[in-house]
Design a protein around this ligand. Structure first.
Ligand SMILES: Cc1cc2nc3c(=O)[nH]c(=O)nc-3n(C[C@H](O)[C@H](O)[C@H](O)COP(=O)(O)OP(=O)(O)OC[C@H]3O[C@@H](n4cnc5c(N)ncnc54)[C@H](O)[C@@H]3O)c2cc1C
Length: 493
């Protein structure tokens, strides 16, 4: 008989796993607590404006191509390569750095700041390239059954990369570049991993290779939610049922297997197999009472920063801003040192602004712009009270208005703010952490919560806090890994 699978959560991890499994013949049902599928890859519509609420671009676009190729379908949305990748504004400087993949063009951006930039960047990126390709199949795209298995795989990574384990991200940049601006810009990506460039191992410089040379950055024509729409169309074709507004609050198990997931209204979901797309660490503590994942233990783990997000519909066209923009202060090291542990909202915040209406005019009424502002802040362990959210909103809007030369505050048509509290509630994100568990060397591979449950033989995990990790393409890789495991252990019929 065809095996049934219940997937708890309709984030990208859950949806892409549903896609792979349903095309392999499993009978899939998805249960999602929110009223729309997509998880953090979601959409907000208000007063004629449309916003992507979370992800706005991604690297390794070929992972999406692989997903659809693997099921024999054409990719159901249009990928759009970013060029420039993004722009960076640093307080106190009137230069706006456009970050291009073309190193000759990028060298022009750093003219007068970094001599011989192109040659230095080529050398730096060569090291990053080698480590990416030497770990891609040994560490990232691999299932591990034990710590020993993981360590054995690590041991196959060429020994020349070993010194990179003992240097920080920043130290690696210092070996190649003199300019503070170059080092700051190239180290921004470290914050997505859940650490600062001053305490992240230098191996993660490989991310600069993935964005600057390997595959660049991509978004989706018409907005990021087209990814979800595209997947939903195919799931419908395969008869996958999605139960929205259905939160799982309890699970039942017997004889070493999960039997039933029970919703808040008492609806019962039985299946042969279960895949959890909710946070893999949190779920184990909350529903399976695993001693390793109690709140006290979870609080001791490293988590990525929490999002503080503002969605603004603005009257007028803002010329001084591009599609993807970082706005940084002029105290980078001090900021990095405090951002993970400060119990107050940052006074001179660093933030990212995405103006989707620059390339997708349908996201805003004519003559208007839609702005998505993301300010990474400490998670709810450190700053649980966000009753002062308005203060941070004001700081950001004043700063942004000044820096782009546009009176944003007096031209707002619509405004929505999500503090880490909202993010936690919406998607059960532990302590509001935006990207889930961090990626220090003690929280990757077999040291990360596994994608296969330790005790229940029919329970699997997919998504940001299990292997290989967070970010859209990585979660898609996670769906491939979990599908391989499931197929090996429980064939569809
Ligand atoms: C503000 C923000 C910006 C980001 N920007 C980018 C970016 O630009 N590029 C990029 O690559 N990544 C970005 N990310 C990270 C990216 O969004 C995540 O890595 C990815 O979306 C995680 O997908 P997931 O499937 O693991 O989890 P989720 O999207 O969180 O999906 C899990 C789903 O499970 C549901 N759920 C949880 N508990 C239950 C329950 N008990 N019962 C039923 N359903 C449940 C949740 O509601 C949710 O829908 C960003 C994240 C945030 C928050």
């Amino acid at each position: 008989m065809t095996k049934s699978v219940v997937i708890i959560g309709a984030g990208l991890g859950g949806l892409s796993t549903a896609l792979r499994l349903s095309y392999k013949g499993y009978k899939v049902t998805i249960v999602e607590k929110q009223s729309t599928p997509g998880g953090r890859l979601n959409i907000l519509k208000q007063d004629g404006f449309t916003f992507d609420i979370g992800p706005s671009f991604f690297s390794m676009g070929y992972e999406f191509k692989e997903l659809f190729q693997s099921i024999g379908e054409p990719i159901p949305f249009e990928l759009n390569e970013l060029d420039p990748l993004y722009t960076v504004n640093i307080a106190g400087s009137d230069r706006v750095f456009k970050i291009y993949k073309d190193l000759a063009k990028l060298a022009e951006e750093f003219r007068g700041l970094e001599d011989d930039f192109e040659a230095k960047a080529k050398k730096y990126l060569l090291g990053a390239k080698e480590i990416f390709h030497d770990t891609e199949y040994r560490i990232i795209k691999k299932n591990f059954n034990s710590i020993l298995h993981f360590l054995a795989s690590m041991a196959t990574v060429p020994v020349k990369h070993l010194p990179k384990m003992f240097r920080t991200f920043w130290e690696e940049l210092e070996r190649h570049f003199d300019s503070e601006e170059v080092k700051i810009i190239f180290s921004l990506v470290a914050f997505f991993l859940g650490a600062t460039p001053f305490n992240t191992p230098s191996v993660y410089n490989l991310l600069n290779y993935t964005e600057l040379q390997h595959d660049g950055y991509w978004n989706v024509k018409g907005g990021m939610y087209k990814i979800v729409d595209g997947i939903l169309g195919l799931l419908e074709k395969k008869g996958v049922e999605i139960k929205l507004n259905t939160e799982i609050v309890r699970v039942e198990q017997s004889n070493g297997a999960m039997k039933t997931a029970v919703s808040a209204t008492g609806e019962r979901f039985d299946a042969d197999l279960f895949v959890v797309n909710a946070d893999a660490a949190w779920f184990r503590g909350k529903f399976l009472n695993r001693p390793k994942f109690t709140p006290a233990k979870l609080d001791k783990l490293e988590w990525t920063l929490a999002p503080f997000t503002i969605y603004l519909g603005v009257k007028g066209k803002i010329d001084g801003i591009q599609h993807h923009n970082y706005f940084l202060g002029n105290n980078f090291r001090a900021y990095a040192d405090t951002i993970f542990r400060s119990s107050v909202a940052p006074e001179k915040p660093y933030y990212y602004v995405n103006v989707a209406s620059k390339s997708n005019p349908e996201c805003a009424p004519e003559g208007c712009e839609n702005l998505f502002i993301l300010c990474p802040v400490p998670d709810l362990r450190v700053k649980p009270d966000w009753s002062d959210a308005d203060k941070l909103v004001n700081e950001i809007l004043e700063d942004l208005g000044e820096r782009v030369g546009f009176d944003i505050k007096n031209n707002i048509i619509t405004k929505v703010v999500y503090t880490p509290n909202e993010w936690e509630k919406m998607f059960n994100l532990y302590r509001g952490s935006g990207l889930g568990l961090a990626h220090g060397l003690n929280q990757i591979g077999a040291f990360r919560p596994s994608n296969k449950d330790e005790k229940l033989n029919n329970l699997y995990y997919v998504g940001a806090s299990t292997t290989p990790g967070t970010g859209l393409p990585i979660v898609v890789i996670g769906s491939k890994l979990i599908t391989e495991r499931i197929e090996n252990e429980h064939s569809a019929v």
